[in-house]
Design a protein around this ligand. Structure first.
Ligand code: FES
Length: 61
C-alpha cells in the first residue's frame, strides 16, 4: 500500500498527496485525485474541498 502524505497548510487546507477514498456521512464516495485539498476553515463553498475562501478568513492556526 502506498503511503499518503497529509500536510496542514497554515491558515489553509489539508493537502493530501496520494490516492484516498473520501466518503460522506451518507455513504457517498466523492471524486478525488492524487492531490486533494480539504477545507479546514469551514467557509468553503465546495466542501469538503478547499476553494480558496480561507484567504478571506481570520487566521485559524
Ligand atoms: S481551507 Fe480553504 S476554503 Fe477552507
Amino acid at each position: 500500500m502506498e503511503k499518503v502524505k497529509i500536510t496542514l497548510v497554515p491558515n489553509g487546507p489539508a493537502k493530501i498527496e496520494g490516492e484516498i477514498q473520501l466518503q460522506t456521512l451518507a455513504g457517498d464516495v466523492l471524486e478525488t485525485k492524487t492531490l486533494t485539498y480539504l477545507c479546514r476553515c469551514g467557509k468553503s463553498n465546495k466542501k469538503p474541498y478547499c476553494d480558496g475562501t480561507h484567504k478571506t478568513c481570520e487566521p485559524f492556526e
